[in-house]
Design a protein around this ligand. Structure first.
Ligand SMILES: Cc1ncc(COP(=O)(O)O)c(C=O)c1O
Length: 361
């Protein structure tokens, strides 16, 4: 990328499979633009429903192994729309302590009583479920891949327990679909589970824009009638849908992209860890370099840019106080040599006297 006229190696995006500028994805966007125009021109339920939207929904559902899929205009709106349609003041929402901000906002907006369990802690999860009130609907919501830590929800354990306690299960796998699993179906594929609502994102691995929920017929019909962030908003613009359709074919047919992505992430993680640096619980393409104070993190972020590496500092309140970090996200387009030069520059900087001094209490 170019930053202020200088070249930099970009390690801060979510274009994980390098599809946002792939010629086939661009051709998909152009074809949709030519055929349908620049805008859907209305909400899905009024005038904006195109065969293009329905085609993408059918293909996403088939890819993920669900009866239906429903597009939302963003991942934020998908989380709001699904959780507020499923839960009201009489109901219970059970949410991981590190769930994405859009899930937290959705829990609040639903009016349901929200019960938080310790991040990825199966025992604490069951303790919370055991204490739920007997009335109302119960919905468990977790991320598939945690966006600031790069760890994966223990779905193989959580889902059967949730079923035992009569809970619906909603998984927001914005970062996992396309990047994880032999077929690219994400964290639920890795865990071998099906859930009630699987939320995916088209703006990350798919290199486009928008989001979707994969689910059964009854929930789809309910969402179409109850989900305010689906009903009261403009449908996704045709070029984004055309791009996503083309990207889906690549996600399905080119598993080597996710294999390369995960290999690059592992190389980065292993290099940083070997130098004694803290990459937390990451096992995916999201690799945090945990540095502690916000000041140290932002100074290192600027120093990295001076060396031609574009990364972003993540601070409180996005993460807990004292756990500020650089959030590194390689893509499958990075070469091993890119990863190695980034790793050695970051090790160099983190171990330099200036940043060591800053780390001291
Ligand atoms: C886990 C997760 N869910 C949802 C979202 C929101 O998606 P969108 O940017 O499409 O609104 C994001 C990030 O953007 C995310 O990381």
């Amino acid at each position: 990328m170019q930053v202020d006229g200088r070249s930099a190696l970009m390690l801060a995006g979510a274009n994980y499979l390098d599809l946002a500028s792939d010629a086939r994805v661009l051709a998909g966007a152009h074809a949709a633009l030519d055929r349908y125009g620049a805008a859907a021109g209305g909400a899905r339920l009024i005038s904006g429903n195109l065969t293009l939207h329905e085609d993408l929904e059918h293909r996403l559902a088939r890819f993920l192994g669900y009866a239906h899929a429903l597009l939302f205009s963003t991942g934020y709106m998908a989380n709001l729309g699904v959780l507020t349609a499923l839960c009201g003041p009489e109901d219970a929402l059970v949410s991981d302590s590190l769930n994405h901000a859009s899930i937290i906002d959705a829990c609040r907006l639903s009016g349901a009583k929200t019960y938080i369990f310790e991040h990825n802690d199966v025992e604490d999860f069951e303790r919370v479920l055991r204490a739920l009130p007997p009335r109302g609907r119960r919905v468990v919501v977790v991320d598939g891949v945690y966006s600031m830590d790069g760890d994966v929800a223990p779905l193989a354990a959580l889902v059967p327990i949730a079923r035992e306690y009569d809970c619906w299960v909603v998984v927001d796998d914005a970062h996992g679909i396309g990047t994880l699993g032999t077929s690219g179906r994400g964290a639920t594929e890795c865990a071998g589970v099906q859930v009630d609502a699987l939320i995916g994102n088209l703006g990350k691995a798919f290199g486009s824009f928008g989001a979707f929920v994969a689910c059964g017929e009854a929930l789809r019909d309910w969402l179409i009638n109850r989900s305010r962030s689906f009903i009261f908003t403009c449908a996704i613009a045709p070029p984004a849908v055309g791009a996503a359709l083309a990207a889906l074919e690549i996600v399905r047919n080119e598993p080597e992209r996710r294999e390369r992505l995960q290999a690059r992430a592992e190389r980065l993680r292993a290099g940083l860890r070997a130098a004694g640096l803290d990459t937390g619980r990451s096992t995916t393409q999201i690799v945090p370099l945990i540095l502690g104070t916000s000041r140290r993190t932002m100074q290192l972020c600027e120093a990295a840019l001076e060396r031609g590496i574009y990364v972003q500092g993540i601070r409180y309140p996005s993460v807990a106080e004292g756990s500020a970090r650089l959030r590194l996200t390689p893509t499958c387009a990075h070469r091993e040599s890119d990863i190695d030069s980034c790793t050695s520059a970051l090790i160099d900087l983190a171990n330099s006297d200036a940043f060591r001094a800053e780390a001291a209490p």
